[in-house]
Write a protein that binds this ligand. Structure first.
Ligand code: HEM
Length: 291
């Protein structure tokens, strides 16, 4: 049996989504990675990681959008020229990772969970695709524009916008007007109350997938920096390169902060001195035993 909508639930899908994701949006703004970002505390390593994740996410999202572009559950929201980010992210990947980026960009576990969900939705529940498109594209046209300026300043990037193509929408003259159009289109989608309820739930899931991603990236960055001080860089669990290469390892980016790998012999004079002493003691002991 279908549950009735609470009286307070707005009629328009756009309003209902905004309302229902308010809390989880605040949560997303307040994860450590995002809080640091907003304060301008974003490193090249952190930025490269998040951009590579976005590349995988948009490849999956836009593959599913293409699959469903003629499905009436999605068609009114099909704006490839205005919105699609894959080509822009390819340019950014080349900027950040160089010409062989396809073989070297990381693909983290949380990114993989996100892309897996996108493919499941696109293939088996396309009526929920609107929730993912809403969460990403309207977010990119809102807070994304603030993040662009912060990154440009913090990372000292050229004003030409190189490395930040993802944040630039050359075919959208006014983000505010485009968002209005997009909301109006969302409101034309016909759906039963049950589907509407699932769409709203899926939007919250989409936000949670983003939150999990930021949490994972933060822990990878922290682990990696901690690793430098203690022992040879620890392999970051959950981080691998592209699926086909199946490579496990720590953040496969060129770390400006990277210190040379240490072995026991490079650990300083005390360790060397102790090793020499124990070698001498062993030699004398063996000599005495043989006498
Ligand atoms: C530092 C992090 C973030 C900041 C500063 C930020 C900021 C904003 C701002 C200022 C708006 C406009 C609100 C309005 O028009 O009333 C907005 C809207 C939005 N944001 Fe964010 N945001 C952040 C993170 C995120 C994340 C991680 C997501 C999801 C991936 C997201 C998704 C959205 C969506 C979907 C909207 C449109 C809401 C609507 O009008 O229905 N935001 N954000």
């Amino acid at each position: 049996m279908e549950r009735p909508q609470p009286d307070s639930m707005p009629q328009d899908l756009s309003e209902a989504l905004k309302e229902a994701t308010k809390e989880v949006h605040t949560q997303a703004e307040n994860v450590e990675f995002m809080k640091n970002f907003q304060k301008g505390q974003v490193t090249r390593d952190g930025f490269k990681l998040v951009m590579a994740s976005l590349y995988h996410i948009y490849v999956a999202l836009e593959e599913e959008i293409e699959r469903n572009k003629e499905n009436p559950v999605y068609t009114p929201l099909y704006f490839p020229e205005e919105l699609h980010r894959r080509a822009a992210l390819e340019q950014d990947m080349a900027f950040w990772y160089g010409p062989h980026w396809q073989e070297t960009i990381p693909y983290t576990a949380a990114t993989r969970s996100y892309t897996r969900r996108l493919h499941t939705v696109g293939r088996t529940e396309p009526e929920l695709l609107v929730a993912h498109a809403y969460t990403r594209y309207l977010g990119d046209l809102s807070g994304g524009q603030v993040l662009k300026k912060i990154a440009q300043k913090a990372l000292d990037l050229p004003s030409s916008g190189e490395g930040l193509s993802f944040f630039t929408f050359p075919n959208i003259a006014s983000a505010t007007k485009f968002k209005q159009l997009y909301r109006a289109r969302m409101n034309t989608l016909e759906m039963t109350p049950e589907v509407r309820r699932r769409v709203i739930e899926e939007a919250k899931t989409a936000f949670l997938l983003n939150i999990q991603l930021f949490e994972e990236l933060q822990s990878l960055l922290t682990q990696d920096t901690e690793g430098w001080d203690q022992s040879p860089p620890a392999a970051a669990p959950g981080l691998r390169r592209r699926e086909d290469s199946k490579v496990q390892g720590s953040i496969p980016t060129q770390m400006p902060s990277e210190k040379p790998k240490q072995n026991i012999f490079s650990r300083g004079p005390l360790v060397r001195w102790l090793l020499t002493l124990s070698f001498l003691v062993t030699t004398v002991a063996v000599g005495l035993y043989a006498m």
